[in-house]
Write a protein that binds this ligand. Structure first.
Ligand code: ADE
Length: 345
């Protein structure tokens, strides 16, 4: 019997501080913290190098940049990179996502409304409907769209030129992207988690921008360690630390910082109640694999959220393994969940 997962418990209605998904508040906070040019962008060195060459070459050839596909989990800087690309090309960025592109008329209106060389950023591009993708094929290939005029037997299609533009597509699921669409991207970049050193640099850069001076370097390392290798989470933590400092809380000592994370319910590795719930559930199955939909029903969380938002980090730190729809806790995950002492108030 398929277990239907109906979602949200009281617990899950809490906004997760460590969610890598962008919230409205992030958009406001990140305006200040987001790097605007490639030189200010920390990490993803190989992507930066390729982008730098592609942008310089397009500028020398006086042509729009070739289409770019960015993939990997949320929070790693796909939006930031698209903003940087538009700044480096000196063009406008039009940001949209699949829910805003329901009908063919929606994408036609976007494509006819942009200016030459503009960057069109489509988030979660793998979710676009096939009839929308079809319009994108011609638009990406030779900057034309086919529009149907008339109706019934008298309907004909006319080709229309659109401005030469660059499509930057972002996806967390490369395998869900149809191959005709994937093949039309000249550059496919896989973003990766950031290492501790890079995160430490992002912490210091963001603290500086927010005029928050912390002399103890270890504090930055703790913030970086708990940020799940994700800059968006780093910046959320930095802002929280700044707020605590502003109201007079001790943010210079390790114990002062650890207290803040205890209050937030975040453990030594940056795991929160939802990660722990998943690990505890898997642990309760004595190292036997369980189905994703069973896990989803037990923890009352959408399968998509578990797969796209929670699991990437748990997989990266080898706390779980997944094979198709099966999930199992590893020895390392088991040991963490059984030995970590939680001081959450
Ligand atoms: N803020 C968010 N992401 C960043 C990055 N990659 N480099 C510098 N600051 C950032």
């Amino acid at each position: 019997m398929a277990i239907k997962s109906s979602k949200k418990t009281d617990d899950n209605t809490k906004e997760r501080v460590i969610s890598p998904k962008e919230s409205e508040l992030d958009t406001l906070n990140e305006v200040k913290l987001r790097p605007k040019l490639l030189v200010d962008y920390i990490g993803q060195d190989s992507i930066k190098k390729h982008l730098d060459i592609a942008i310089k070459s397009a500028n020398i050839r006086w042509e729009p940049l070739e289409h770019i596909l960015l993939y990997w989990p949320p929070g790693l800087g796909k939006t930031t990179l698209s903003l940087i690309i538009s700044n480096e090309m000196w063009v406008n960025l039009k940001h949209t996502s699949w829910p805003a592109i329901e009908k063919q008329a929606d994408i036609i209106s976007i494509l006819t409304g942009i200016s030459e060389w503009d960057i069109l950023f489509i988030d979660e591009i793998h979710r676009l409907k096939p009839q929308i993708e079809e319009i994108l094929y011609g638009a990406m290939e030779d900057y034309t769209i086919d529009i149907m005029v008339g109706s019934g037997t008298g309907a004909t299609s006319i080709k229309m030129d659109i401005p030469k533009f660059t499509l930057v597509g972002a996806t967390t699921k490369l395998s869900s992207l149809s191959s005709p669409l994937r093949d039309r991207f000249w550059n496919i970049f896989k973003l990766d988690f950031y290492n501790r050193d890079e995160l430490g640099k992002i912490v210091r850069r963001s603290l500086n921008i927010l005029w928050c001076e912390i002399k103890n370097n270890e504090v930055g390392d703790i913030v970086a360690k708990k940020s799940r290798w994700t800059p968006r989470i780093v910046n959320r933590f930095v802002k929280i630390v700044r707020d605590y400092q502003t109201v007079g809380h001790d943010v210079e000592s390790i114990s002062g910082i650890e207290k803040i994370f205890d209050w937030l319910g975040i453990d030594s590795l940056g795991l929160d109640y939802l990660d722990r719930k998943i690990l505890e559930t898997l642990n309760s199955f004595w190292l036997k694999p369980i189905w994703l939909n069973t896990l989803s029903s037990i923890v009352w969380e959408e399968e998509d959220t578990i797969e796209d938002v929670i699991e990437p980090f748990l997989l990266k730190i080898w706390f779980i393994e997944r094979t198709g729809r099966w999930r199992v806790i590893t020895d390392a995950g088991k040991s963490h969940i059984e030995t970590t002492v939680y001081n959450f108030k």
